[in-house]
Ligand binder design. Structure first.
Ligand code: ADP
Length: 260
């Protein structure tokens, strides 16, 4: 069944100031070049507050570049990136109020789980009182409250990825960027993590998520809308189920395995 969007899209100001999420992500004619290679061509795309948009497409089509442009690790050669009403195109990653999770968790191996989650909070100047309150909250959000004192090496891949998500949420980001977050996990854990992510989004309905994956099942399970990329261009965009049922062009049909 198709997941429906909220009837009235909440505006950024409708969410409490310190809530997780609540902001739109806007790509406005964003292009990215590496030398003479254009890897993102005039991408225009909006992720509404509280929505999950999945970007899918073949390897090398520009999905990760798009996500990294929102994070601030890639600078567009033209166009603007908006988070809520802020033009963040020229802001450092640190100033963008984003949370990000990548494929290989990237936890600090020498730090306990609680220290991993606390790290970003302290880096942003949070007091010890805030750290003490927020870390258990974030671990509870991902069902890992009992693992605070463990080291990453003592956790499974799925558990490590949950910690990475808890860490990404610690600073109450306006948007969450997920880059192939389940790709390194085996199939069974991936399925249960998909359920976990869906639950997380039910618990944090204001959370705005851009989700990069090559996996159609993940996109169909989680996303409200799906964008299909090819050669740095957005070739198709639509409601997750309707795009699958009625691909708007031959490339989308072929990519989704729907071509006759
Ligand atoms: P996807 O996520 O869809 O697999 P990417 O965004 O990672 O695609 O890559 C898009 C294109 O940009 C690819 O051709 C890739 O080789 C190229 N690319 C990505 N990062 C760099 C970089 N730092 N320098 C040069 N080319 C890059």
């Amino acid at each position: 069944m198709e997941r429906s969007l909220p009837a009235a899209t909440p505006s950024a100001s409708a969410a409490p100031a310190d809530a997780v999420g609540g902001s739109r992500i806007g790509f406005e004619n964003v292009s990215v070049t590496y030398g003479s290679l254009t890897v993102l061509q005039s991408l225009t795309l909006t992720v509404n507050p509280g929505e999950i948009v999945a970007l899918i497409g073949p390897s090398g089509s520009g999905k990760t570049t798009a996500l990294r442009a929102v994070a601030g690790f890639v600078r567009p050669s033209s166009g603007r990136i908006m988070i809520g009403d802020r033009d963040v195109t020229n802001l450092a990653p640190y100033d963008r109020k984003i949370g990000m999770v990548v494929q290989n968790y990237a936890l600090f191996p020498h730090m306990r789980v609680e220290e991993n989650v606390a790290f970003g909070l302290r880096a942003h100047g949070a007091s010890e009182a805030v750290v003490r309150a927020r870390v258990p909250e974030c671990l509870a959000m991902v069902g890992m409250g009992a693992y605070a004192k463990r080291y990453p090496r003592e956790l499974s891949g799925g558990q490590q990825q949950r910690i990475a998500i808890a860490r990404a949420l610690a600073n109450k980001p306006q948007v969450l960027l997920l880059d192939e977050p389940l790709s390194a996990l085996d199939a069974q854990i991936r399925r249960s993590m998909l359920d976990e992510l869906a639950k997380l989004h039910r618990d944090l309905p204001a959370l705005t998520v851009l989700y990069v994956t090559h996996d159609q099942t993940e996109a169909l399970t989680l996303a409200n809308h799906i964008g299909i990329m090819r050669d740095g261009r957005l070739k198709a965009f639509g409601g997750a189920q309707s795009l699958f049922r009625n691909p708007p062009n031959r490339f989308a049909a072929e990519f989704l395995g729907r071509a006759n």
